[in-house]
Design a protein around this ligand. Structure first.
Ligand SMILES: *Cc1c(COP(=O)(O)O)cnc(C)c1O
Length: 218
């Protein structure tokens, strides 16, 4: 199967309202252009700023691409990431969130972000634990001067059974609901699901899935 066929297959498997984001960290600008030309995907994600800075300039004519940042973000790169990406899915601590809101305001840029949260305790992964997120939410809520806090993002540890994936994604969905109900923030986006677990994620109401291997057969 080629890119167009694989993407068509994925669209048949997911509800029409789920946003399919092509993760292009392992492909070059030419393959991004091919994806753009041969599919209806307009959302593309990179996990490294440098990689995006290399690819985006040669794709400037594709002006309706929406770029998503999904990698761990260091504070010294925050400004550039705010300038280059409409969405940041991987905001994983309060200090970073506060910094991003300040930079977005200073640069007069409206940006959408997701809060990255760990569904299961996983020492190697970035993100708030569920407890930390709940405890800090009053401070998090204040960071909407120029940012729009749209939802939660999660990455599951590898090696889970299908049942465990469903349980973990459901926990994140329920957390978004309860935080929305008890605050002024509407977390209506769930960025969850990668090539190995997007079927479980959409079964648990994911609104954005981030796929690399499933599209590019890496
Ligand atoms: C690489 C990556 C993906 C895509 O993973 P695949 O297994 O290739 O689908 C999704 N989300 C994040 C944060 C990633 O770094």
């Amino acid at each position: 199967m080629n890119i167009a066929e694989r993407v068509a297959q994925i669209y048949r498997e997911i509800p029409a309202n789920v946003r399919l984001i092509a993760v292009t960290k392992q492909v070059d600008a030419q393959q991004i252009r091919q994806t753009y030309n041969q599919t209806k995907i307009r959302d593309f994600a990179e996990n490294r700023l440098q990689s995006a800075l290399e690819k985006k300039p040669v794709l400037q004519d594709l002006s309706d691409i929406c770029w998503h940042f999904i990698g761990h973000l260091q504070s010294n790169k925050a400004k550039k990431v705010i300038q280059e990406f409409e969405w940041i899915h991987s905001v994983d601590n309060l200090a970073l969130l506060q910094q991003l809101d300040k930079i977005a305001l200073q640069n007069n840029l409206q940006r959408s972000i997701c809060l990255q949260v760990k569904a299961l305790s996983d020492p190697n992964k970035f993100g708030w634990t569920i407890n930390q997120l709940q405890q800090e939410f009053a401070e998090i809520e204040k960071c909407q001067k120029s940012l729009s806090i749209r939802g939660l993002m999660t990455i599951l540890p590898i090696g889970l059974s299908s049942e465990q994936k469903i349980a973990a994604f459901s926990t994140i969905r329920d957390l978004a609901k309860s935080l929305s109900a008890s605050s002024t923030v509407t977390l209506d986006q769930l960025s969850m699901g990668m090539s190995g677990d997007y079927k479980e994620a959409v079964a648990c109401s994911a609104t954005m899935i981030r796929l690399g291997q499933a599209i590019y057969s890496l």
